[in-house]
Design a binder for this molecule. Structure first.
Ligand code: SF4
Length: 555
């Protein structure tokens, strides 16, 4: 569809209002103020900085455990403790190994899981607060706008086209059709979180992959209100073992929040071999363990969500700069998978990106030559120190839990080197094993249903995610060859999309006796697992009409 688009020009365009994008915007506004206060003419103005966010309001798509190391926020907002919505400081931590019926507390909490000095937070609330500071600084924040495609120019990017609004499922404009904007910018910052759709496109377009491809986990979370006295506010527990087999990377978490609220969830590496494994059912099963049940019994599910986690670390970092463009935060693989933390590194990377951009625009040169200062700043910062020490951590678990723990020990004593450095990995979808016997469509009637009190099926959980999409719009899960789903995938892998999607989006149906893929796109919680884990790589997640998706209020 060829349409006339309104053009807007910005100095800096930030795609994604998560911790990295907002930190970048806020730091830029601070630099503008500092320069003005020093009597210098600022290189840019706050009103020429645009932040785009696809969610219906700030924070609505932000999901994390979440424990925040406050070191970066302290640098960005030194008096943050006065106004930031920090739920509770961590008051105690423990790590457990679970079997089906018992729990063993490790005699000492492994140092990466010690959280003294950190805060249990709702990332949704923290992001809303940070976004408020950004708006107050004069930066333009546009919610309900997604970056649909990048504007490529020369050897870099020159902005984004936002999504068209008011397009029907048949691809035709409806009465309320509004074409997306052509948003041109001197510098475009991709802060889309894990598996950003524009970041994926940029990395493929310019072959920016790092030493390793990115590898991911899926995190599934519920928020509960529990009976008083079941868990202390600030108590943090991590679990290993049951119900995950030792060939799966992952574990559970239980964090006590204020007012008898509990955050609990499970992360599982998306590199397991059994294609019919169901991460959502595994998480529900986790809740039936006596250790977890004891906390939840008599309580009530409040919210549900799911999101992927970029596990790859330093060696999966793509090249983070091109002419007119930078990649920050989770999109740039800056999460510390050993500590299960990425909010602090996301904030710091946003700040360093802002400093790089300011210098580049002050010198009138937003080319890759100037923006190449960004990875140098990352290298000179504590981000490198922290991530370098765990650069082989996740790869070490490729062959299972026990070899992984052994590798982790070797890496600990050798400053991250371990037995091989760099330790290579491949994309997780390549680890799916083909079914031993080709099969017909698998009957789904025996899928996990839950008891409706402690455990839930996926649709009940999706209801608790607050997910909403405009129904009459093109499907945002673009399957390039549904014929593969209906034939090869049935026989070779048993259609794993029906299992790894935590929102019951994918369903194989029979039409005139033939398998057919049905996509219930309006359930999608934007976790991106299908885009990552599809064994044939024929699923492309593209942003739906802005404002659609989950509402992670309080998550
Ligand atoms: Fe996640 Fe894909 Fe399912 Fe949406 S359709 S919830 S992105 S796996």
């Amino acid at each position: 569809m060829s349409v006339e688009r309104e053009k807007l020009e910005a100095d800096v365009l930030i795609v994604g209002a998560g911790p990295a994008g907002l930190a970048c915007a806020l730091r830029l506004s601070q630099l503008i103020e500092q320069n003005a206060a020093a009597g210098k003419t600022p290189a840019i103005s706050a009103e020429n900085i645009y932040v785009l966010e696809k969610a219906r309001e700030l924070g609505a798509h932000q999901l994390s455990g979440a424990i925040m190391d406050p070191c970066a926020l302290r640098e960005l907002v030194p008096d943050f403790e006065k106004s930031a919505p920090l739920d509770t400081p961590v008051t105690g931590d423990a790590a457990y190994f679970l079997t089906a019926t018992a729990s063993w507390k490790l005699p000492i909490t492994p140092p990466p899981l010690q959280n003294h000095g950190n805060y249990v937070v709702s990332l949704n609330r923290l992001t809303k607060w940070l976004g408020g500071l950004v708006e107050k600084s004069g930066v333009n924040v546009f919610t309900q706008f997604a970056g649909a495609s990048l504007i490529y120019e020369g050897n870099g990017v020159a902005g984004v086209i936002t999504e068209d609004k008011g397009v029907g499922k048949n691809g035709k404009p409806k009465d309320n059709f509004t074409p997306g904007y052509e948003l041109r910018s001197k510098v475009t910052v991709l802060a889309e979180g894990p598996r950003g759709s524009l970041t994926k496109d940029l990395v493929n377009h310019y072959h920016l992959d790092g030493v390793n491809p990115q590898v991911y986990g899926i995190g599934i979370k519920e928020l509960w209100d529990v009976q008083p006295g079941r868990i202390d506010a600030g108590y943090v527990a991590h679990t290993l073992g049951w119900p995950l087999d030792s060939d799966k990377y992952g574990g559970g978490w239980i964090y006590g929040l204020r007012e008898n609220r509990v955050s609990l969830g499970m992360v599982v590496g998306l590199e397991y071999s059994h294609s019919l494994f169901d991460p959502h059912a595994a998480f529900q099963t986790f809740k039936t363990h006596p250790f977890v049940r004891r906390i939840l019994e008599g309580g009530k599910l409040v919210r549900y969500g799911a999101k992927t986690v970029p596990y790859g670390g330093w060696y999966s970092m793509p090249r983070t700069y091109v002419d007119g463009g930078l990649i920050v935060g989770d999109s740039a693989s800056l999460l510390n998978s050993q500590r299960l933390k990425g909010i602090h590194t996301a904030i710091k990377s946003g700040m360093l990106a802002a400093e790089t951009i300011y210098e580049a625009l002050a010198a009138g040169d937003p080319s890759a030559k100037s923006l190449g200062a960004f990875p140098k700043k990352l290298e000179a910062s504590w981000i490198k120190t922290e991530l370098w020490a765990v650069r082989n951590f996740h790869q070490g678990f490729h062959d299972g839990l026990w070899p992984g723990l052994l590798n982790a020990g070797m890496q600990f004593v050798s400053g991250g080197r371990g037995l091989a450095d760099p330790m290579h990995c491949r994309p997780g979808y390549q680890d799916f094993r083909r079914l031993e016997r080709p099969r017909e469509l698998v009957d789904q009637s025996a899928r996990f249903k839950g008891d409706g009190v402690l455990t839930f099926d996926r649709l009940t959980d999706v209801y608790h995610s607050g997910t909403r999409h405009e129904e009459d719009q093109p499907c945002h899960l673009v399957v390039s060859d549904p014929g593969i789903c209906a034939d090869r995938c049935v026989r070779e892998y048993g259609n794993p999309c029906q299992y790894y999607c935590p929102a019951a989006v994918y369903e194989m149906t029979l039409e005139s006796g033939q398998p057919k893929l049905k996509v219930n796109a309006s359930n999608c919680v934007h976790c991106k697992t299908c885009d990552i884990a599809d064994p044939y790589q024929i699923v492309n997640w593209v942003p739906p009409e802005g404002g659609g998706g989950p509402n992670y209020e309080g998550m």
